[in-house]
Write a protein that binds this ligand. Structure first.
Ligand SMILES: Cc1cc2nc3c(=O)[nH]c(=O)nc-3n(C[C@H](O)[C@H](O)[C@H](O)COP(=O)(O)OP(=O)(O)OC[C@H]3O[C@@H](n4cnc5c(N)ncnc54)[C@H](O)[C@@H]3O)c2cc1C
Length: 432
């Protein structure tokens, strides 16, 4: 199939990957509408991609070695025993193989943006407010209230201002998606009952700590477990070539001052001094001294809070509307699969595009390939979250044998950790 006018709502990871897929598939016109006015890269931190998933996405032409990444090889699970055993790093519970690439979110996003073909139009700085569709067309209203009448931007076909008409509208607009409101309004993100504090800083600052950077080899991911949460720390490339950053994800109970029930994120720079100090208190109370020191190196302006959500849309398409990435499924970050699944969605869309003869074939084929897998990934995220945070074992009683058995239980019968293999149906899967 070739041709068609496509609007992509959201220009983040899924938006860039879908715009590229549609342009490569032969769309006549691809427009990306992103509400942020410009640079997104300063707001991101770290994400990881399992080596096997990277290989598939590179083969599909979406990722490549030109995108700066950092090698991770092992995950050290540590506990802070009450007697302080294990020294400044804590007691080693298990050294797990962890063949991952870590990325700076902003570096990855920038690379995907640069790799988007030149004929894709980016319109930045305005939110799409309404979306609708039927079996023949899809419509959206942008920040200007609709098409400039009498121009060829959009095809509302009239002289009065009205919604822009497209052959397909792709919702790559994240977990609070306006496109999802039109596809399946009943699907809402559900708060998992805990948050993560995130922070980052230049890895050279580790030298300020007793023991410096030598206490933490650079290819190790650290997970420090404590009752009620855990903190995951790893290095990522910095925004400038040659630099390295440390970033962390500190899972913790909902702070008393965050709106309970439906908490919202607190962006970097917005924490008050008192709120920011709570993170240092959490770290000192629960972590071995070295890791508590690492956490406090993140400055207030680079520290933020994200509530943890689950979301699984029951369907990904309705008429000429399609959901992608986090608009369709939000998987808890324990599974380190958010960016992978967004780019996999784009691969599936591109594959369906190449084999379909019509929109009526393409859209159900995409839904079939990604719907069940996406819902299953959400379940894996829930299972990992329960085992590692809300129903975690007594860490003081855990050793390597107990940890490996505990891990096997978490991934048994799933597509495994780090995201499902591309194109593998959910019924044909094995635990890693
Ligand atoms: C700035 C930013 C930083 C991030 N940093 C990290 C990180 O460090 N680590 C990590 O694991 N994940 C991060 N994420 C989330 C991560 O990108 C997603 O979990 C995953 O990659 C799937 O991405 P997505 O494109 O589906 O959704 P998102 O990345 O959430 O992108 C949705 C996009 O849609 C835009 N949008 C939303 N509503 C509208 C609207 N009505 N009209 C127009 N545009 C709209 C948003 O501005 C956003 O750019 C970040 C997301 C953003 C937006």
């Amino acid at each position: 199939m070739r041709g068609g006018e496509i609007a992509v709502v959201g220009g983040s990871i899924a938006g860039c990957a879908f715009a590229r897929a549609a342009a490569r598939g032969g769309a006549d016109r691809v427009v990306v509408l992103e509400r942020s006015p410009g640079r997104l890269e300063d707001r991101g931190v770290g994400l990881c991609v399992l080596d096997d998933r990277y290989t598939e996405l590179a083969r599909a032409g979406h990722l490549d070695d030109g995108i700066r990444w950092h090698r991770l090889t092992q995950r050290h699970w540590l506990a802070h025993d009450p007697d302080g055993g294990g020294g400044p790093r804590g007691r080693l519970l298990w050294a797990q193989e962890m063949p991952f690439r870590s990325y700076h979110w902003g570096v990855l996003w920038q690379a995907l943006r640069e790799r988007t073909p030149d004929n894709v139009e980016f319109r930045l700085g305005g939110a799409v407010t309404t979306v609708s569709g039927d079996d023949e067309h899809a419509w959206l209203t942008g920040p200007d209230g609709g098409t400039e009448s009498g121009t060829d931007r959009g095809t509302n076909g009239g002289t009065d201002r009205g919604p822009d008409r497209y052959d397909l509208v792709i919702g790559a607009d994240g977990y609070r998606s306006v496109v999802r409101e039109a596809v399946c309004p009943e699907a809402r993100p559900e708060y998992a009952g805990y948050v993560c504090w995130r922070g980052s800083f230049d890895a050279r600052l580790l030298a300020e700590l007793p023991g410096g950077a030598t206490l933490w080899p650079e290819h190790e991911v650290i997970t420090v477990c404590y009752p009620g949460g855990q903190v995951v720390l790893y290095r990522i490339p910095g925004l400038t070539p040659g630099s390295t950053q440390v970033n962390f994800v500190f899972y913790a109970p909902t702070p008393a001052w965050l709106r309970p029930g439906d908490p919202t994120s607190v962006p970097a720079g917005a924490l008050t001094t008192g709120q920011f100090e709570e993170l240092a208190e959490l770290a000192e109370r629960h972590l071995p001294p070295y890791w508590a020191g690492v956490i406090t190196l993140s400055p207030r302006e680079r520290t933020f809070i994200q509530p943890i959500y689950d979301l699984a849309a029951p369907r990904r398409t309705a008429g000429r509307l399609l959901l992608a990435g986090d608009a369709a499924t939000v998987v808890r970050p324990h599974n380190t699969s958010g960016a992978v699944k967004a780019v996999q969605d784009a691969c599936a869309f591109e594959g369906a595009w190449r084999t379909a003869d019509s929109w009526a074939e393409l859209l159900p084929a995409y839904d079939r390939e990604r719907g069940a897998v996406g819902r299953e990934m959400v379940e894996v995220g829930r299972r990992l979250g329960r085992a590692q945070v809300t129903e975690a074992p007594n860490w003081s009683a855990m050793d390597e044998d107990a940890m490996t058995a505990w891990w096997r239980q978490q991934v048994a019968g799933t597509g495994g950790f780090g995201g499902h293999a591309l194109g593998r149906p959910p019924t044909d899967r094995q635990a890693d």
